[in-house]
Design a protein around this ligand. Structure first.
Ligand code: UDP
Ligand code: MG
Length: 318
């Protein structure tokens, strides 16, 4: 049975949204028969977010705040939170209001029914821009085709995990994190719970194009070796083409018609360019993996904590 529940909320420059998010959340939690604690992770915000969070903290004994030393990114911020919680179940959700707190009750019911991971699954986001929907759709179909771990589309980082799963996650020391993929890899009894996303309370998405590309790269390169095989296959294909071409040219020589061969500058150039391109792409793939390995072997921490605000008496979660 689940008694204590920690809620981990990563926030980055959400000063416009955080107060009303907090009110929505606490209002939704009041009716539920569990003991909740909230853990806000300020992911190096450069606006008033920390100030707002401290105001919330001062008025609420069940709120804790972690301030990271800089912006480490959404996945790292969630990881920081998960390393600090000790409740029977932990829920991670965004602090911008897009993850409706009303779903939390159902998540906990499912956890009480014996599920270890409850993933809230966004019903095909009518609200998201076509660009986000399209890139997200393409992303999930690609990753599921080439990766070894199946990841369901629309599963953002709004999920409940129970104590054993949290403990297991702490055994992962990888620097490049794609939590959705890591949870899918871990197994456990998992279920998805559809929900309709709400509107962002204020401000705009903090997932810049660069951050989206980074997340996609982490998902692909840390979950799949297929890009390397693609490179090898392309190389193989061009070697076969080269052999066919050699046989073709040889056939002219054997039949004594070599003088009819074109000087062939353009075809040579064509092959040269394609082969050159393939080699560069292959090298690029290998380079990316090398870079990932380089960053992993350094064993750097995933995040750094500047400050941890906790109420002295709040350790009543056990
Ligand atoms: N976020 C974060 N660090 C970042 C980017 C985002 O902690 O570097 C937080 C953000 O404040 C929000 C959540 O992660 O609570 C999801 O981000 P966002 O809403 O910008 O992403 P989207 O919902 O557009 O995918
Ligand atoms: Mg959002």
């Amino acid at each position: 049975m689940i008694h204590t529940v920690d809620i981990v909320i990563p926030v980055y420059n959400e000063s416009q949204a955080i107060q009303s998010f907090h009110h929505q959340l606490t209002a939704a939690l009041e009716a539920l028969p569990y003991q909740f604690r909230l853990l806000y992770i300020n992911d190096g915000s450069t606006d008033e977010t920390q100030l707002q969070l401290e105001q919330i903290f001062n008025g609420a004994p069940d709120v804790r705040i972690v301030e990271l030393s800089r912006n480490f990114g959404h996945q790292a911020a969630i990881s920081a939170g998960l390393d600090l919680v000790d409740a029977d179940a932990v829920i991670t959700m965004d602090g911008d209001g897009e993850h409706p707190p009303a779903v939390i009750g159902q998540m906990l019911q499912l956890a009480d029914a014996g599920y270890d991971i409850v993933v809230a699954q966004r019903e095909t986001g009518q609200k998201a821009s076509w660009f986000k929907r399209w890139t997200s759709g393409a992303f999930y179909s690609t990753i599921n085709r080439i990766g070894d771990t199946k990841i369901s589309p629309g599963a953002a980082d709004f999920r409940l995990i129970t104590r054993p799963v949290v403990d297991s996650l702490k055994k992962f020391h990888e620097y490049h994190r794609f939590l959705r993929g890591m949870f899918a890899w871990m197994g456990y009894r998992s279920i998805s719970l559809p929900y309709t996303p709400a509107e962002r309370i204020s401000g705009k998405s903090k997932y810049s194009f660069k951050k989206m590309v980074n997340l996609a790269a982490n998902a692909i390169f840390s979950f799949s070796l297929v890009p390397l095989y693609i490179a090898i296959a392309m190389g193989g294909l061009f070697i076969v083409l080269a052999i066919i071409e050699a046989i073709y040219v040889l056939s002219f020589w054997i039949s004594g018609q070599q003088s009819t061969l074109e000087p062939g500058w353009s075809s040579l150039m064509f092959v040269l360019l394609i082969v050159g391109g393939t080699i560069m792409i292959s090298l690029g793939f290998i380079g990316v993996y090398l870079g990932y390995i380089f960053q992993e072997v350094k064993g750097r921490p995933v995040y750094l904590i500047r400050r941890f605000l906790d109420h002295p008496s709040s350790d009543n979660s056990k």
